[in-house]
Design a protein around this ligand. Structure first.
Ligand code: SF4
Length: 221
């Protein structure tokens, strides 16, 4: 395991700050959070701003990082309507209805497969509810990402999906794909291929407020 010396921390901070600068130049509302509690507080504040009169609706994309923040339980306890297909117990029609409801929620929370220091956000989906919702529909999109998602530029961010995020996600879902066996992407033709749609946010979408919270911890795939 890499030693987290003051020099490691300094270097990480330099990269993260450059990423923040470039995300802001690209129109995103970009934030750095040192830990989970800080990211949780910030996320809750940003979500609540989308329904200033009281509890609104929040959609949750498939993201371990979002769940690790623990915000969904808090919002639901506060009366927010939660559209979360990871809850389980849905029949196929209900599952589709939940995914569709995410598209018009007051706020949509999701993770990122990669964030480039040059200020782009990359996500790859199999179904596409996340890549759709993060582009247009919800009142606000909040993207949370661990520092492990950072890559120098767009090509390396795209490569991260093939090299890391795709194989790990396929493995976690127990998919019958080559990468879930070998750990390497084979650009497969598997019926269970999870990489079907690539969304790159080069700039903030014109009609959607997008906040990005980069957390100084390794989180998610
Ligand atoms: S394209 Fe196929 S092999 Fe490559 S990461 Fe996606 S699911 Fe795995």
């Amino acid at each position: 395991m890499e030693t987290d010396s003051p020099h490691h921390q300094w270097h990480r901070e330099q990269l993260a700050r450059k990423c923040m600068d470039n995300l802001k130049k690209n129109g995103f509302d970009a934030h750095l959070a040192p830990d989970i509690p800080a990211a949780r507080d910030l996320t809750l504040r940003l979500v609540r701003e989308t329904a200033p009169g009281g509890a609104g609706s929040v959609g949750a994309g498939g993201s371990d990082t979002v769940r690790q923040l623990g915000v969904l339980e808090i919002l639901e306890a506060d009366g927010w309507t939660l559209h979360d297909h990871w809850r389980g117990g849905y029949n196929p029609d209900q599952d589709m209805a939940v995914r569709r409801a995410q598209l018009t929620a007051d706020c949509f929370l999701c993770g990122a497969n990669a964030v480039s220091i040059t200020g782009e956000i990359v996500n790859v989906d199999g179904i596409g509810n996340r890549t759709a919702a993060m582009s247009f529909g919800p009142g606000r999109v909040i993207i949370v990402a661990g520092i492990n998602k950072l890559r120098p530029d767009l090509p390396s961010a795209l490569a991260r999906v093939r090299e890391v995020a795709g194989p790990m996600r396929a493995k976690s879902l127990n998919m019958k794909t080559p990468c879930a066996e070998t750990g390497f992407c084979a650009d497969c033709h598997s019926p269970q291929r999870i990489c079907r749609i690539t969304a790159i946010l080069h700039r903030k979408p014109m009609k959607t407020a997008v906040s990005v919270i980069l957390i100084d911890l390794p989180l998610g795939y």
